[in-house]
Design a protein around this ligand. Sequence first.
Ligand code: CDP
Ligand code: MG
Length: 639
Amino acid sequence: MDMMKKAYSARYFEILEKRKNLPVWVHKEEFLQTLKENQIVLLVGETGSGKTTQIPQFVLEAVLNENPSSGPKGKKWLVGCTQPRRVAAMSVSRRVAEEMDVEIGEEVGYTVRFEDCSSSKTVLKYLTDGMLLREAMADPLLGRYKVIVLDEAHERTLATDLLLGLLKQTLISRPDLKLVVMSATLEADKFHKYFIGVPLIKVPGRLHPVEILYTREPERDYLEAAISTVIQIHMSEPPGDVLVFLTGEEEIEDACRKIVSKLGDQVKVVPLYSTLPPAMQQKIFDPTPQTVRKIIVSTNIAETSLTIDGIVYVVDPGFSKQKLYHPDTRVESLLVSPISQASADQRAGRAGRTQPGKCFRLYTQKSFNELEKQSYAEILRSNLANTVLTLKRLGVKNLFPLDPQMAKMLIVSPQFNCSNEILSISAMLSVPNCFIRPRGEAQKAADEAKSSFAHIDGDHLTLLNVFHAFLQNNQDSDWCYEKFINYRAMKSAVSVREQLVRIMSRFQIKLCSPGFNSRDYYVNIRKALLAGYFMQVAHLERTGHYLTFRDKDDQVVHLHPSNCLDHKPEWVVYNEYVFTSRNFIRTVTHIRGEWLVDVAPHYYKLANFPNSEAKRVLQKHYKKRKLSEERSCKLYLLR
Ligand code: CDP
Ligand code: MG
């Protein structure tokens, strides 16, 4: 491409040779011709065929050729490529910047929530599907874009599904905008039905055969089974890297440690999950010496989003974390659940990229046959409250881009004279966990550091303490390091807070604080929290466990071990319901039963509630309140 006037580096030509061998290159001319003649193009190709890294570059080349100088309002035209996962957006854009011989953030950039690595020079931008949806809220016609590439459409994430719907309309209003929908082979037919008459380009994969091995008996503990399978592979199989699929950060770190302790330097073990810092994420692509086997332990990011060359063995325990929604309890949770057959086949395919491989399924052939054929689209597994608001936002101006509980809490916070504090807490709730808890020796130090922020009334107040301390220490990264605080999360919180302040001022919501010495400083904050999250309350029963308190249904839950409370309060408000080995409520704060009566009498009408201790306690509060109202009324009459 002649957009960069400087000469290319030797590395550029070296990578170019490799790129030209990717299956999509065979279809380059066909693809560009089809795109020229059509507004929408579907492209289906096996994982690893070069869709994500190459197609947007082909598109860019065409856009630059056809629009040498002009762009909207003097700005450059953009080619956008969406990814369901932020890790993929960051990692792939870096790779593409390297392929194009440019600095990341200049001609090639990425945007993910709370992090924008793009500039006025950017012409090719990778972004999460959620971010493009946000951009569409600000500018429904997506005026800066010339071509949008929706990647990984087969994943059917909520945001991608919404974009598919939205873009179908946008393309009518913007005849000059083009759309490329890309998908691994799964579900391609559905997209073809959705976009009737749209050309479909199929890129055949170049997969080597993969031998599939099942266990004879079901495994009791898939984590242990996965670890021992890795060790067995290392001991008895010829050279080749290993990819292990687990479900989340904790499990992955745990497995990595155990593998290292068994195999030491003979292997290089690399974790991969979404909250891993970007520099660590890049490590999966680092080559290892020939004598050292690389073992990647990953969430299903590595299923289709990221292609890692050199994998010969896949270990598939058959699970992933999936979002589930229980309409009865209105609770959305992340649950470790069996994967679908389509996912299992994708996973197995990862073993045959460079040579014939093997996939070890840690379940029986019979279990495989009983799996769902396809995973359900996320839209079928989600609480649609946010989605409805998003949709309204796309059509209706001036709606809050927040979840309803948080929006309510912010709106009422001036009544409790604490909108400044509630803003900070909201910001902290919107970013990843700020507490770092390393394993091993440092763990104790980390716990001590955390306890220095702890507020006995709860985790929300603890988060507020951390936020205040971060500001007091001039947002210093060394301070964060010392205190085991995640610096990036804190910087994000500061920027989220700024965004929220702008929204508040647009709605003329007063910014105020209850003087720090006020006796009711924390009480007011806790009441404001409850005013927003009144549907997320749990009561401590005499049996010693908590029961969530909702009409129609209640659930036994436990305080998440990360909580900062020094006792078990009778009533708590919680931010999140995590459904893992047990039902946990996470980020909890102590509240008082009588506040429920004050703050949300419309909800706590009780007639609909199942009989429980909590209900009887609340009934007493109602009675007490009625009595005291009557008494003050009598006193008034006696005067
Ligand atoms: O999107 P698709 O699965 O079709 O393929 P891709 O992600 O474009 O990957 C094409 C090739 O680029 C693969 O051989 C990857 O291993 C390689 N790649 C890489 O070497 N480093 C990256 N950070 C990303 C991709
Ligand atoms: Mg891809």
